[in-house]
Design a protein around this ligand. Structure first.
Ligand code: DQA
Length: 144
């Protein structure tokens, strides 16, 4: 069976391309999904790519990743810095967890310096733009 990667995206990432392009670039989330699908295909991996503005959806999907997925890639967006619920859900997952940020939160406002997700992630990639997602898939491919 082809190994599958769960790729989750948090709030406001549906507005990539429109939202603060000077920080996040002009590409859309659809462009990122295409990049992920192409990168995964090179490693004979499949992706399940999802986005939600709702914390509970992300908790449910992290729980879904516990079954039938080889790795979890997540850009939790603003929930990175606030969500103990995502942190706790991620602690129940035994597959590799790769945290991705398009920008580098550690070089931005102080309130972005704390990551509750980073505390439980296997790897964190930040500040590499959309290509950070491709890097995350490359890392996942090595780990699984
Ligand atoms: C982000 C960084 C977060 O601080 C921010 O809230 C986002 C996007 C990133 O991809 O750079 O929404 O996760």
């Amino acid at each position: 069976m082809t190994a599958r990667l769960m790729i989750l995206n948090g709030p406001n990432l549906n507005l990539l391309g429109i939202r603060e392009p000077e920080i996040y670039g002009s590409g859309t989330l659809d462009d990122i999904e295409e990049l992920c699908a192409e990168t995964a295909a090179k490693h004979a991996l499949e992706i399940d790519f999802r986005q939600s503005n709702h914390e509970g959806d992300l908790v449910d999907w992290i729980q879904d990743a516990r079954d039938g997925f080889a790795a979890l890639i997540i850009n939790p967006a603003a929930y990175t810095h606030t969500s103990i619920a995502l942190h706790d859900a991620l602690k129940t997952v035994s597959i590799p967890i790769i945290e991705v940020h398009i920008s580098n939160p550690k070089e931005r406002e102080a309130f972005r310096h704390q990551s509750y997700v980073g505390l439980v992630a296997t790897h964190t990639i930040a500040g590499r733009g959309a290509s950070g997602y491709a890097e995350a898939i490359e890392i996942a491919a090595k780990l699984i």
